[in-house]
Design a binder for this molecule. Sequence first.
Ligand code: NAP
Length: 400
Amino acid sequence: ADSSNDLYATWVKKTVIEVTANSDTLPYNGEVQKVEGFKEVTGGYVVTGLTAVAEGKDFGNYDTEITGTARVTKDGVDVTDKVIVNKINGTLTISKREVTLTSQTDSKDYDGTPLTRPEVTITGGFVKDEVKEEVAQLKAEGKDIALAVIQVGADPASSVYVRNKKRACEYVGIESVSYELPEETTQEELMAIVDKCNKDPKINGILVQLPLPKHLDEDEVLLAIDPKKDVDGFHPVSVGNMVIGEKGFLPCTPAGVIQLLKRSGVEIDGKECVVVGRSNIVGKPVALLCLQKNATVTIAHSKTKNLKEVCQRADVLIAAVGRAKMINSDYVKEGAVVLDVGINRDENHKLCGDVDYEDVKDLVSYITPVPGGVGPMTIAMLLENTYKAYQQREEHKNGI
Ligand code: NAP
């Protein structure tokens, strides 16, 4: 896949998108133009079933009659400015302007026939492109940003992650300074490289790909990273800042989860949020961030009793377990928002999440796919943190 697409955050949402046209754009004195169905065509939506009611009379299907603009609402929210609406070959086509969600409709056609689950991509969350723009601006002023990416050994999964991160850097114009160290690298050698990167004014962020080979002391390495360059957010100073809610570097995956919620307009204030998994890199921090957003948070783990019942309480269910397709429809409340952090292989060695996507997709209101959901957002957050590290250094230099 084109690496530029890797960073688009996608959601799948079951929703009804309602499109209404202005009555004076219709060739009759219609009062209400109700659109009850639409389906995807390449590059946009085509409204297929219009029930136009004028003067109390049902005029039937007028889908080819509309000219001019339309108002577009989604779940009651006016999203007209998010989409481009125009008339192409007699059908009303809404093309995408911004990536936010992949949406699915459960709407019915004008004659009441349910549409066959068309998947519609309303795009959004151009986080990566936002960073790209910011970096381009700096480059225009002759400034550069660089991220040191340190990998020890050649664990295949780590190599894929590292490659994706480097590609993402390249896409947005951040230089990645790569250290590919042999498996036998000693603690002293690794510490020396971290130290060198700490001191190098050219380096804005330092990323040590985890896990490290068993003979190396991960904690000591993470502790050695200058907190000002800690773009992974794993240094105890960053963790402490996050816990007390101070501004600092947030760990990328949890931050990505929060961004997905935010950019999709999912409000978690006061909601029941269940996080399955309590690791230091995902479960605990994502639970904390949800708490800071005023969710009522439950953290579940391998010792949790009645896990299904606990998960069923969730308005927002975040799975960070590392077990292929463990979370099925028995765990999910109807209408829940499901974020799947897991990256696993299924029985056919295909990439999959912790959630059984096929089993729950008809039940949920939102779900992130794997691959394509939280993973790309994680990388986008790394880029954003690196940009932030640059900015903070500049502010510090300028005494702001
Ligand atoms: P981890 O350190 O192995 O933690 C897994 C957590 O799940 C543990 O807290 C464990 O509980 C819990 N757990 C395991 N089996 C369980 C069960 N049967 N029922 C309930 N809880 C159970 O994993 P991680 O590092 O947090 O990663 C989790 C998943 O996310 C993995 O698939 C990983 O590859 C993926 N991941 C994805 C990204 C991304 O960018 N999308 C980033 C990081 C990780 P205990 O604490 O009781 O053992």
